[in-house]
Design a protein around this ligand. Sequence first.
Ligand SMILES: *Cc1c(COP(=O)(O)O)cnc(C)c1O
Length: 355
Amino acid sequence: MPYTPVPTDPKASPVRINLLSDTQTRPTPAMREAMARAEVGDEQIGDDPTVNLLCERVASLLGKEAAVFMPSGTMCNVSATLAHCRPGDEILAHETAHIIAREGGAHAALGGFQVTRLPGADGQFTLDTFRAALHPRTRYEPPQTVVSVEQTANIGGGTIWKKAVLDDVAALAKRQDMATHMDGARLLNACVATSISAHDMSAGWDSVWIDFSKGLGAPIGAAMAGSRAFIDEVWRWKQRLGGSMRQAGVCAAACIHSLDHHIDRLADDHANARVLARGLSQMAGMVVQEPETNLVFFDPSGAGLPGQQMVTRLRDHGVLLEMMDGRIRACTHLDVSAAMIEETIGLVRDIVRKA
Ligand SMILES: *Cc1c(COP(=O)(O)O)cnc(C)c1O
C-alpha cells in the first residue's frame, strides 16, 4: 500500500494552515532570488563553487574537517551507517528513531546491519540504558559499531538531548571503540532553543548532519560533516546510491540563504509551538506534551474525540496535520504565523465542544 500521511480527498477544502511538517515550507522570494543568482558547476567532480562554499560553511558550523552535500537527510543517515559499519554489525538507536521507523528498512536492506532498539522516554535513552545494551566483543555477538541519536528527537516530541548526556554517551561509545552518529535533522532547533552552538552540541559525534528542507525552509538538501576520511568514504556511498549531483549549486544557494536568514527565526516557531500547546492544554481532557522546540504532540481522546477524527475534522476546516505514533503531531515552521496558531486553537476548541 502506498504511504500517504493523510487521506487525500480531491473534494477536500484547500489547506490554509499547514501544520503537517516543517518540510512543507515553500522557498521565500529572497531564497528563490539567491537560487537564481547561484554560480554553478558539476557537483559530482567537486566543481560546483556554491556547493563547495556550503560544505565549508557546514563543516565550520559543526566543527568538523569536512562536509558533503546530500539530496536528503535519509541519504545522510544511510550513507553514514554504510560508511561506519560492515554487514552483520549492530547499530544502537532509540526505538522511535528515524533510521528504524522511517527509512524503509534501508540499514538492513542495503547494509545488512541490525539496529537494536533502545527504550526510553521522549525519544531518548539514558546513559544507563546504553551501557546495559553493550555486550562483550566475542565471536558470538554482532560487533557493536555505531550509536545513533536524534537531536531533536522527532517522535519523542521534538525533545532536546541534554548536552551532558550526549557527551556521556559519546564518551562511553568511544571507550567501546564505537562510532557516534548524530541525526541532526533538527539540530539547529535544539541549538536555538538552548543557545548552545551546533559545534559544541555535536562535539563528541563523529558524523553529524543537518537538514535544510525542514525548519530552515530550503526546498532540497542536507549536509553531513565529519573527518576528511569519513567524508571521503561517504562520497563513495553517495556515488553508489546515486546521490551525486550536477549543477546542485542552485539548491546549495537556497541552503546558504537559509543559514544566513532562517536560523535565528526558529525561535519564532518555538514560541508558536508553546502558544499552541498552552491553548490546547486549557481544554478539559486534552493531553499535551510540553514542547521544547517546534513539534507539539497531543491526544484529544480524553476530550471526547479520537485523534484520527480530530485530524479529519481539522482537515475539513483547511488545517493539515497528522497522527504520529498514536498522537497528533503539529509542527510549526516558516509558513505558520501566530494568527494561524490562534485560529487553530479556536477550531480545535469548537470541534471538541461539538463532540
Ligand atoms: C526528516 C527526518 C529525517 C530524514 O530527512 P529527509 O530529508 O526527509 O530525508 C531523518 N531524521 C529525522 C529525525 C527527521 O525528522
